[in-house]
Structures are given as structure tokens and as C-alpha cells.
Design a protein around this ligand. Sequence first.
Ligand code: PEP
Ligand code: MN
Length: 357
Amino acid sequence: MKSMKSKFAIQKNRKGMDISMIIVMKPNAKKESIDKIIRIIEEKGLTPHLSAGKEVTIIGVVGDKTKLQDQNLEIAEDVDKIVAVTESYKLANKKFHPEPTIVKVGNALIGGKDLVIMSGPCAVESREQLFETAHAIKKAGAQILRGGAYKPRTSPYAFQGLEEEGLKFMKEAREETGLAVVCEVTSLAAIEAAVKYVDMLQIGARNMQNFYLLKEAGKTGLPVLLKRGLSATIDEWLNAAEYIIAEGNPNVVLCERGIRTFETATRNTLDISAVPVIKSKSHLPIIVDPSHASGVRGYVKPLSRSAIAVGADGLMIETHPNPAIALSDGPQSLTFPQFEELCDELRPLAALMGKKF
Ligand code: PEP
Ligand code: MN
């Protein structure tokens, strides 16, 4: 994870920047060539931002790119190409960072060769419920335990979560099983509590454009699972990710969890195209949540298959020891035998896509 650390350092200095142009150097470009480009940029009163990959160095130009029009940078030594950035998100943009980002959560690496499965109850209800679930999902092959301690419910009268007590159970379950744990945060108070107990923060669909919350989550430096908003476009979603990265935290994982459409047969409509679209526009990993996308247990398996087939880096699947008595999202939660059967069926499909779990 060495390279992630150095990226982190670069990005820390990029707050508030607006990259207008990107200069992609040829593989293994000479240092003199890179220095020369940087000098030209600085002489024009612009700010260069370097992103040094394993082979390719990329120089972002902050400021008015028209000042460089007469410099013929395209034909400067060791320059491969010049790319104009039209999207408002820069740090989340693949143009500026062509190599895929791998996010480390506990021992899990999301965005690489592993298919990372996160599973657990919608809401943490009790220590027993969580521990039983943790052991079952681990046995089936999941790497990350999910569980909501702060539940953003549509009705104010529905179960709102165990809050800090739930977080404590999450931490205990992590110590007992070695699984990494992820929990949704809905306020600054929840973030302040969660950082003491979990490996990853989740920003839920309803808070995807809560920019204050995104910034605060970014400041923690913890990996953030950013769910797509109910009616968010992909551009808005990537801009939300940009808020987190701009705080110096590059550890963002996107989660497609279905969007609002005219269709009512499913709870939401899984936008499966979001996976290849994100892969073409961003370097961030993306996972799929077929549980919230469909709201129906019976659709979780086919949708999981589709997610793997389009190249998702992982899945988030709700499970419960007894979905019939779950305090939230019972109808979409799998029983443990159903979850195990799902994992067993997905394994060869993942292998076909070059991923393992
Ligand atoms: C959840 O993960 O339990 C949840 C509330 O998800 P979403 O924000 O996608 O609705
Ligand atoms: Mn849920």
C-alpha cells in the first residue's frame, strides 16, 4: 500500500484545486523532461500537480490552461498526450489517475483481483444476532461485516438503531472473527463515535449529497463506502466522491444500490450500467448492493451474478439469522444457508471474470 500513501500525501495538497488540463508523460519519461514541463507551467503562473505512477507520470495543471496555448507541449520531449478535463471532478477522474485504486479495509483489498463480499444485517439488533451473523458470513467467504448502528429510516417511528452500543458490538465481532467492519454514519456525532470502532464508514444513499458529512468522513482518513443517491446521476455521485478525496482521503469505494425510476416491481432499479460507466470514468472501485436495489430476497442471486459479470469489485448483501423477525429490511435479507449457497454459486463466475474470493 506504499503507493497509496504517497498519493495521499500529494492529494493532501490539492484541496481547492481546479485542474484544467492533464499532461500525460511517456512511460519512463526522463526526469529532465518532467522538470522542464513543470518549469514551463510555473513560469506561466500556473500550478503543476504531479501524480507519479509506477511507469507513467501525469502532470495536472491548475489554472487557466489557455496560458499554455503557445507552448506546443504536445511535441515537448517525453510528452505522450495532453488531455483536457471537462468534468468537474478531478481527483476521482480516471484521466488524472489511470491506474485503478485499491482500497484496503482491514485485510480486504477492494479494487484488485479479489471479489470482496460485505454482508450482515441491515441493523445491528443485539450482540447475539451480530455474532451469529459474523461467523456465518465468514464461513461462507465474506471478508467484511456490515451492520447499521444508525439507521436512516423513512419513518421516524421505525427502529433507529442501537447507536454507540451497536458500534461496540461491531468492534467485538471484528475482534472475535478477524472480519473488517463497516457501519453507516448519519451525522458528525456518529462519525466521531464510529472512528473508535469500525474499519470503514458508510455514507448512505440519503446522505450522498450531504456535503458537510462527506467532508467530515473525508477528514477521518478511514475508507469510505459511498452509496449512490436515490436520484443521483453518475456525475453527481463522482462529485460526491471528490468531496471526500479533496480532504486528503483517497480511500473511496462506490456502491451502486439502485436508483428511483417509474418501476415499482422492485424497491429500486439496479443500474447495472453504472459499473462499466464508473470503470470508464474513474479509478475508484465499485461494488453492487443487490439487496437494497431489489428489496426482494429472490432477486439477490441473479442480480449478484449480473454485478460480477459486468466487472464489479464486490457485493454488499444483507443477511439475518431470522429475516422474518428482522427489525429492518427483512424481506430482502438472506438466511445463512441462502447466503452460503449464493457464495458457492458465485465463486466460479468470479473466477471466470478473473476475480477470486
Ligand atoms: C443500508 O445499507 O442499510 C442502507 C440504508 O442503504 P442505502 O443507503 O443504500 O439505502
Ligand atoms: Mn438495509
